[in-house]
Design a protein. Structure first.
Length: 209
């Protein structure tokens, strides 16, 4: 691992440990994010999430919202898989500025998913999110907002760090929404998501009831 990449991960860990908003960090990181994460650390979270979405939402005409889309790694993978109707939302304008010229997304919406967004209810036929659930990022409190954005019957695919999944007891939040018949759990699976490091992750796939 290069020193630069480890410095960024150390900085990220500091934000997460203090649970403060990572938005300034992503603004600062935007220009080298892909090189550090994919190039130096072998990040694959975007591939895991996009491939799962393709399994559970096989219709290539489906309208998809990419939550915490960042520089567009998930959208780029979905585009390569044949999807053509992808919008993205992210609270870092500078990450969005890197995604914009790639012409992957229809709309790129600046917004914080921990609050109610400007997006209409039931607007999408699938939601995907990779690497954006963690302290200082998104938390399970925003599940209802993500669920609001997709139509009944739509898959919601989330890939996140496995340590946060366990420490913050995401399973109980997921179960509560299933017991209330808000969504149905389709799959929860463990994956390592950085080839240069041991980084356990969790893939969570649900369907809005
Ligand atoms: C680790 S990056 C993942 C980006 C992209 N999904 C990927 O796989 O490369 C996390 C992204 O989530 C965004 N993010 C974190 N918290 C957010 C929030 N509360 N609302 C909107 N975006 C958020 C960050 O700005 C950042 O772009």
């Amino acid at each position: 691992m290069s020193n630069k990449a480890s410095t960024v991960l150390d900085k990220l860990a500091e934000y997460e440990a203090s649970n403060i908003s990572t938005q300034p960090l992503y603004d600062e990181w935007s220009q080298t994010y892909e090189k550090d994460l994919v190039g130096n650390l072998g990040y694959t979270g975007h591939l895991i999430a996009a491939r799962a979405l393709a399994e559970f939402a096989p219709d290539k005409a489906a309208s998809i919202i990419d939550i915490g889309c960042g520089t567009g790694l998930v959208g780029q993978t979905l585009k390569t898989l044949g999807y053509g109707h992808i919008d993205g939302i992210d609270f870092s304008e500078k990450m969005l500025n890197v995604a914009r010229p790639k012409a992957i997304y229809g709309k790129l919406v600046p917004g914080d998913l921990m609050k109610k967004t400007v997006i209409e209810t039931n607007a999408y036929q699938a939601a995907v999110c990779a690497g954006s659930f963690a302290p200082g990022h998104l938390g399970p409190e925003c599940y209802p907002e993500i669920i609001r954005l997709v139509a009944p019957g739509s898959p919601i695919v989330i890939f996140m760090n496995g340590a946060h999944f366990v420490e913050d007891d995401y399973q109980s939040h997921i179960d509560r929404l299933e017991q209330s018949k808000v969504w149905k759990v389709l799959e929860i699976k463990a994956f390592n998501y950085m080839s240069a490091l041991e980084r356990p992750g969790r893939l969570i796939v649900t369907r809005k009831c």
